[in-house]
Design a protein around this ligand. Structure first.
Ligand code: ADP
Ligand code: MG
Length: 453
């Protein structure tokens, strides 16, 4: 018997959920959704192996929402996520899918937050609880989170939980679940500890594995260029000057380099900000919100700080420093090409790191195309093309006629050619700067460092 579906309409989802999917522009289920939702709707346990960006939230979220009962008191579904940010993201996604469903109560319980509002929410009757392991366990042990009515438990990003040292808390929680329950375990990889958990706590689970080829990675164009450490600042500025980008994430290895690179970009007129593990959660959330809105275009981040980040306008991911393993690389590039869009990723490789490049290509079974650092000439050409495209796209603009009248008046009263007027206006657009612009030589610190080596 096949359990696969190719269309959301084939699922017996309520009208309210179908409507929400239409609102969200979700037309076809992703592979993990196709292969897990029918089983989850039947109440089966699931082990889902899939990379980030494959649509796991809706895979477990839709069946949970569909199966919610209005007569049961107390939480019916519990979802564990490795970080506060991811928990909030999951809850927001569930909220979005349940907008047309009346009285769905979703509560987030994470560490680092006040207990009082959490307790208040729980008293008001949370149906779906999303949280991080430590705080969830805390609530269970205090008796403030009652699991007797729980029907579904989701372990999202299980391998991350293991990596972050939360697996013991997770197991303690698993041991406290009621006997009759459904468990969905999602993970990008299957370390033995996670496999053990699967055999120990899941009952006759259906295992679904989404291979890289079918994951969203194929919508991402992967390139690399050789740049030594001191050449990187210049290479970054040049790449940003030629690429047609909206949101850009630049991955660097250390906290201090996030600041260095962000400062360099700001000095060159880019709207860039740094995020890393040491900045406060509030500031981080604010920066990410600004990035989403387009107030900031370039986010310079460490891997930890950008974990799970889901921002649709990310067109480019720049691996300024090499990822230390393949999983990290795959996670990084998955920050672009979100929601079926296409994305570009550029990997900076120092001569010593060529072996890692081969390893990544082998692991992802995808070719990474070689490019070179854009020359001044390439930058000029790209700028000129963008400038011309800007003109073309405005020729039909509704506000153009009123400007045309002014120019006509001007030409009537002045002995100037229309070309000179146009050129003058172009100069004005470019803040009177010469058209030929050189990428000014990047910050000294990086060079000084090499001199010392
Ligand atoms: P994962 O948890 O696997 O990393 P998410 O659930 O966060 O993935 O989904 C990744 C992105 O894809 C989100 O922006 C989500 O809104 C979008 N998405 C999920 N399912 C679909 C779908 N069926 N059609 C279009 N976009 C989808
Ligand atoms: Mg997820």
């Amino acid at each position: 018997m096949t359990q696969e579906i190719t269309n959301f309409a084939e699922l017996e989802l309520s009208d309210a959920l179908q409507q929400a999917l239409t609102d969200l522009n979700f037309h076809t289920p992703s592979p993990i959704q196709q292969q897990t939702i029918p089983w989850l709707l039947q109440g089966r346990d699931i082990i889902g192996l899939a990379q980030t960006g494959t649509g796991k939230t809706a895979a477990f979220g839709l069946p949970i929402l569909q199966r919610l009962s209005s007569t049961i008191q107390g939480p019916q579904a519990l979802i564990l996520a490795p970080t506060r940010e991811l928990a909030i993201q999951v809850a927001a996604h569930l909220e979005a899918m349940s907008v047309h469903q009346k009285n769905t109560r979703i509560t987030v319980l994470c560490g680092g937050q006040d207990y009082r509002p959490q307790l208040q929410k729980l008293r008001e009757g949370a149906q779906i609880v999303v949280g991080t392991p430590g705080r969830i366990l805390d609530h269970i042990e205090r008796g403030t989170l009652n699991l007797t009515q729980l029907r579904t438990f989701v372990l999202d990003e299980a391998d991350e939980m293991l990596r972050m040292g939360f697996i013991e808390d997770v197991e303690t929680i698993l041991a406290k679940l009621p006997e009759e329950r459904q468990i969905a375990l999602f993970s990008a990889t299957m370390p033995s500890r996670i496999r053990q958990i699967g055999t120990r706590y899941l009952k006759d689970p259906v295992t679904v594995e989404i291979r890289m080829e079918t994951a969203t990675v194929k919508t991402i164009e992967q390139r690399f260029l050789f740049a030594s450490q001191p050449q990187k600042p210049d290479a970054l500025l040049r790449v940003l000057a030629v690429e047609e980008c909206q949101g850009v994430i630049v991955f660097v290895r250390t906290k201090s380099s996030t600041e260095e690179v962000a400062t360099l970009l700001q000095q060159q007129g880019h709207r860039a900000m740094a995020i890393h593990g040491d900045i406060t959660q509030n500031l981080r959330e604010r920066v990410i919100a600004q990035f989403k809105q387009g107030v900031i275009d370039v986010l310079v981040a460490t891997d930890v700080a950008a974990r799970g980040l889901d921002v649709e306008r990310v067109t480019h991911v720049i691996n300024y420093d090499m990822a230390h393993d393949c999983e990290t690389y795959v996670h990084r590039i998955g920050r672009t090409g979100r929601a079926g869009r296409s994305g570009v990723t550029i990997l900076f490789v120092t001569p010593r790191e060529s072996r890692m490049l081969t390893t990544i290509e082998r692991h992802t079974r995808q070719r990474i195309e070689k490019t070179t650092v854009p020359t001044d000439y390439m930058i000029q050409v790209a700028r000129q093309q963008r400038f011309m495209a800007n003109i073309t796209s405005r020729l039909e603009h509704e506000n153009l006629p009123s400007y045309r009248r002014i120019i006509e008046d001007y030409l009537k009263t002045n002995e100037v050619s229309p070309i000179d007027v146009a050129a003058t206006l172009a100069l004005l657009c470019n803040q009177d700067k010469p058209w030929e612009q050189k990428i000014s030589s990047p910050a000294a610190p990086a060079r000084a460092k090499e001199a010392r080596v």
